[in-house]
Design a protein around this ligand. Sequence first.
Ligand code: SAH
Length: 221
Amino acid sequence: MNSNFEDTYRHKGMRRQLVDLLRTKGITDENVLKAIDEVPRHVFLDSSFVELAYQDIAFPIGSGQTISQPHTVAFQTQLLEIKPGMKVFEVGTGSGYQACVLAAMGAKVISVERQKNLFHKTQDLLEKLPFRVKTFLRDGYEGFASYAPFDRVIITAGAPTIPEELIKQLKPNGIMVIPIDDENGIGQKMLRITKLADGSLKQEEFGGFKFVPMLKGKGKD
Ligand code: SAH
């Protein structure tokens, strides 16, 4: 993690350019773009990568995991249709960046991570930042019954199937955004699942993405 929390005019300028780039790539929700403009992505990366923090690329963050590409973060967030005060459950805290983008939009974020080292590293970072995110070392497949039901659920790892328990913990009219492994086993297709008032599910499919896998149980390190 970057121990330098300075957010200079230069960082802010690079972030503005990233926002402009995301607009050209089809992100239209102004609240999402405002949150991307607010959250200093460079503090989520090792300091040697600061120069690259505002390019639209994914990055290694240790424990074999990655911080998602800004476009992917913006795309998933836009599909969630976040309103202030919503309770959001995130699977895959990773660097904490996605969780902070959601918090910057006024969501109450509960985020879980299965890798111990990454969990601790990110929890230390989040304590120093002004975004209110609750993080836990847990297996996302279990959801989080004591915080449920959720207005929104976001999965930031590639899932083989839709986790049943997480559908149960979604409120009526709630939305889940989840990348599901595609048939050829190379990447994922983005699904938005809406739990209608009568409990039935509406499913919409969006383009192809590439995520690290959603794995069962807690990680070894
Ligand atoms: N949202 C993150 C992206 C992290 S990559 C960010 O903004 O940086 C996906 C993360 O999901 C990895 O850290 C991985 O360890 C975690 N993960 C995978 N399967 C999981 C599970 N079952 N429960 C919780 N976390 C999981």
